[in-house]
Design a protein around this ligand. Sequence first.
Ligand SMILES: C[S@@+](CC[C@H](N)C(=O)[O-])C[C@H]1O[C@@H](n2cnc3c(N)ncnc32)[C@H](O)[C@@H]1O
Length: 277
Amino acid sequence: MRIRDILFQNGAVKRLDAINIIAFASHIGREEALANQHRELDGATAERAVRLIEERSRGKPLAYITQKKEFFSEELYVDERVLIPRPETELLVEEALGILGEGREKRQILDMGTGSGAIGVVVAKKTLREVLCVDISVEALSVARYNARRLNVLEKTRFLCSDLFDGLQKAAKFDVIMANLPYVAAEEWDGLMEDVKRFEPETALLGGKGGTEIYERFIDKLPGRLAGRGYVLCEVGGQKQAGLIGGGLRARGFSVVTRKDLSGIERVIIGKWTSSS
Ligand SMILES: C[S@@+](CC[C@H](N)C(=O)[O-])C[C@H]1O[C@@H](n2cnc3c(N)ncnc32)[C@H](O)[C@@H]1O
């Protein structure tokens, strides 16, 4: 079967997705698949491509099929054990890199809710500083560790399975804490895209009844976990959450700014710990 035959036979999946899947199944690049549509695929490869395209037509996200997602110009491995990194999370990484660029003294860095390692592993890669990556899911941590190995920053990263700060040493404090914790409210669940609900891990998305329960527990512990003049960066789901979490941080003595994503949604809260202790 030729590449073009598979493309013609498929009607349900976007052409670009189908090309990506064929390229993945044939172990070639997307451009090569696009440019060589008359190429004959061997039986096993063609069969695999057709089966994967069928999976896509049933809603499985492309990133889980091809087991990769580009994030901040790095290619990350992903599968159903982790949330697929979202483009809006790049804003948090950008802001964190800006803060880390201010001075070499910011050495203790934490990524809370690391998932695939999108934030922590990529920050370690870009800054060559050490990052502690924490997640409540052992399965997610093995994906994050695999990404650290792929990006050559295994020696710059550590991984810990913990419910927020519970598993950390009592005295551990950080200069920069980055967090993309679950923030979808239970009542918003039904409105999520089918692909997301059926395939992505619920524990990576659901933030309790109102969406901010996990963040509330998190910010409650922050004052004891940030070093003097440390920063926290949290990804949130819009104005209401930014108000709630930003308000919680202010009430604990942080100065707070928020950043909007490219769609104009309040997406990242940056809290600066004003205490010097
Ligand atoms: C929204 S995903 C973010 C994943 C990744 N950081 C990213 O930006 O793509 C949230 C992550 O937080 C983890 N998580 C959920 N509850 C947690 C908790 N109580 N303590 C630590 N991690 C938690 C989930 O397992 C999931 O990997």
